[in-house]
Design a protein around this ligand. Structure first.
Ligand code: ASP
Ligand code: MG
Length: 327
């Protein structure tokens, strides 16, 4: 990242990407925790927020996509609308709630339109992406209510995807970097963007989703593109475990991992994150911190690139040792 850019736009503040998964945006309590984390981060760094759809919504969109009668589609649509309506009603003041309902109505109208398209990847992507199009504006309005200069951003303009004729896709990392850099350059330095995870667009501007769990990949790509100092992955589990701690009592938490190892293990599907999640941050040497919104003070799992300056690595190891002795 050039000093120029951090000087002009970032005012020397450290840029961090904060990614919140579905459970971290899926309820009023979770959103309160998110707002606390973002406002406190904003005091010391320049956060860029990336969000998933509200927990469960992407599953509902998948179910909706498979229904072939209007009547059955209507059942899912109602469920999706009610979920967003009631959460926004619970957390937003009168004016912001009204603004959000306008946004939600636009999304739903677009979704109804997409449902009429003939089946194929284009239709599927446009249906699946709706969850993030509905969550990001909600999170942004809620942050705004907390006095944050927040606005939601459609990642179609940041992340460029190239599709093959067979329907498979790959992210064009160079084009993504260029588009995201230009956008970041123009972003007012006080603004905290709330970016839709999980999606990008092809050269025609059509939405393409990045696969289940894809918001981690989005956050990683954005961190690389803006030259972030850190990628905080906020979730409701306090780090990465050797197995799913909800299913395996003996599962142990990793306190410290080398980014190189995490990348390899994740590619072998051992960490349960999106297959490409670590590629961009590994390339850009950006530390990843997996943290729980329920215990924001906890150590979580720190994933550090190898070959870092000694001091940075020492801090990470000290943190790990402190946790060990405390247990
Ligand atoms: N909403 C998408 C999913 O459920 C992307 C994500 O959460 O990372 O897979
Ligand atoms: Mg998720």
């Amino acid at each position: 990242m050039s000093t120029d850019r951090s000087h002009q736009a970032g005012k020397h503040r450290v840029v961090k990407v904060l990614k919140f998964g579905g459970t971290s945006v899926g309820s009023a309590e979770a959103l309160q925790r998110l707002a606390g984390i973002v406002t406190s981060e904003a005091g010391s760094s320049r956060p860029l927020v990336v969000v998933s759809a509200l927990s469960g919504v992407t599953d509902w969109l998948h179910a909706l996509e498979e229904e072939d009668t209007a009547k059955r589609q209507q059942v899912w649509m109602r469920k999706i609308v009610r979920r967003h309506q009631s959460l926004s009603h619970e957390i937003l003041d009168h004016d912001r709630h009204a603004r959000y309902l306008g946004r939600l109505a636009d999304c739903i109208e677009q979704l109804r339109d997409v449902l009429r398209w003939s089946p194929g990847p284009m239709r599927s992507h446009a249906i699946w992406a709706s969850g993030e199009w509905m969550s990001a504006p909600l999170v942004a309005l809620f942050l705004e209510q907390h006095g944050v200069d927040a606005d939601w951003v459609d990642a179609r303009k940041l992340i460029r995807v190239v599709e093959s004729a067979s329907g498979s896709w790959v992210v064009d990392r160079n084009q993504t970097r260029v588009q995201t850099e230009i956008w970041f350059h123009r972003l007012p330095s006080t603004r905290i963007p709330v970016i839709t995870g999980f999606l990008g667009s092809n050269s025609q501007g059509r939405v393409v989703t990045l696969g289940r769990g894809g918001s981690d990949y989005s956050a990683s790509l954005i961190a690389e593109a803006v030259g972030a100092s850190k990628f905080d992955r906020w979730t409701d589990v306090d780090g990465l475990y050797t197995a799913d701690p909800r299913k395996h009592e003996e599962a142990g938490r990793f306190l410290y991992l080398l980014l190189e190892d995490a990348t390899t293990w994740n590619e072998a599907n051992q960490l349960g994150m999106h297959a490409h999640a670590f590629e961009p941050v590994l390339h850009a040497c950006i530390p990843v911190h997996v943290r729980s919104t329920r215990h924001p003070q906890g150590d979580g799992t720190l994933i550090m690139p190898g070959g870092l300056p000694k001091r940075v690595e020492k801090d990470a190891r000290d943190l790990m040792d402190r946790t060990r002795t405390a247990m």
